[in-house]
Write a protein that binds this ligand. Structure first.
Ligand code: DHB
Ligand code: FE
Length: 282
């Protein structure tokens, strides 16, 4: 049977996409050093774990979906996902391998489980997907890993609640665990932590709230699912609402997770960056 062996979270700021190809050169740079320093342990864990599949929970930022047609939940079911630039000038990454058979299994299972998601047989992926892949698989070494993009709307209100996203994660776990192939699956939650890119509170960051979220998501995620979207936006900033993607990831793990590694750093661009590696227990 397929097994979810762990969950990883990371921020997905576009400027990281430009910095990643220059990581060696920037490793002495005081701006980038504390950020990149966090990723060694995560890469090491992934090398050891050697997953077959990465389910990537992220938000599309106007590349694949725009304000005219914006699904709350959408899942890729393609053989391959091309990266394309939605306006940040990030170097384009090699395509990502899909796993349509597993995608359709998850889609069937989710719809049977009352999640009426959009299925996408063609899908472009933006920085919300590609930046985490480039951080976790150094030098774009993700070729062996098949990917399943799961998009959650964090762009146009109404956004799904933290509780709903957590339940989506639980439903994804039920789907994976009922898949009749011996696969090791990791689940990524991208985006966050606190940030607001526009309006009166542009530049807003809330370290106390972020650290509380990183603490509670390990063993008390249900406490975070009590938050309303509006409270989340108030505490984490308008784009900090991306934390619902982390909660969807956490919903797919068991009650028994081990925190292997975490890193928190203020700031890259306008965003407090957070990284976590959670190993999934039985
Ligand atoms: C930034 C952060 C994001 O999450 C994003 O999607 C775009 C930009 C930033 O801090 O620059
Ligand atoms: Fe974002």
């Amino acid at each position: 049977m397929a097994r979810i062996i762990g969950g990883l979270t990371t921020s997905h700021i576009p400027s990281i996409g430009n910095a990643v190809p220059r990581e060696e050169e920037l490793s002495q740079d005081p701006y980038w050093q504390p950020f990149f320093a966090g990723y060694g342990k995560a890469r090491e864990w992934l090398r050891e774990a050697d997953p077959d599949v990465a389910i990537v929970i992220y938000n599309d930022h106007g590349l694949n979906f725009f304000l005219d047609k914006l699904p709350t939940f959408a899942i890729g079911a393609a053989f391959e996902y091309q990266h394309s630039d939605e306006g940040w000038g990030i170097p384009t990454m090699p395509p990502f391998q899909g796993d349509p058979e597993l995608s359709w299994h998850i889609i069937n299972s989710l719809v049977a489980d009352e999640f009426d998601i959009v299925s996408c047989q063609e899908m472009l992926v933006d920085h919300g997907f590609t930046v985490p892949m480039s951080l976790f698989w150094k030098n774009n070494s993700y070729g062996r890993v098949r990917t399943i993009p799961v998009c959650i709307n964090t762009v146009q209100h109404p956004l799904p609640s933290p509780a709903r996203c957590f339940k989506l994660g639980q439903a994804i776990a039920r789907a994976v665990e009922s898949y009749d192939k011996d696969l090791k699956v990791v689940i990524l939650g991208t985006g966050g932590m606190s940030h607001q890119l526009d309006g009166e509170r542009a530049g807003f960051i809330n370290k106390k709230f972020d650290l509380m979220c990183m603490d509670k998501i390990v063993n008390e995620p249900e406490a975070l699912t009590q938050l309303s979207i509006h409270e989340l936006v108030r505490q984490a900033g308008a784009q900090g609402s991306e934390f619902i993607l982390w909660l969807a990831m956490r919903g797919a793990l068991s009650g028994n997770v081990k925190m292997v590694h975490s890193n928190y750093h203020i700031a890259i661009s306008n965003t407090a960056t957070g990284l976590m590696v959670l190993e999934n227990g039985a």
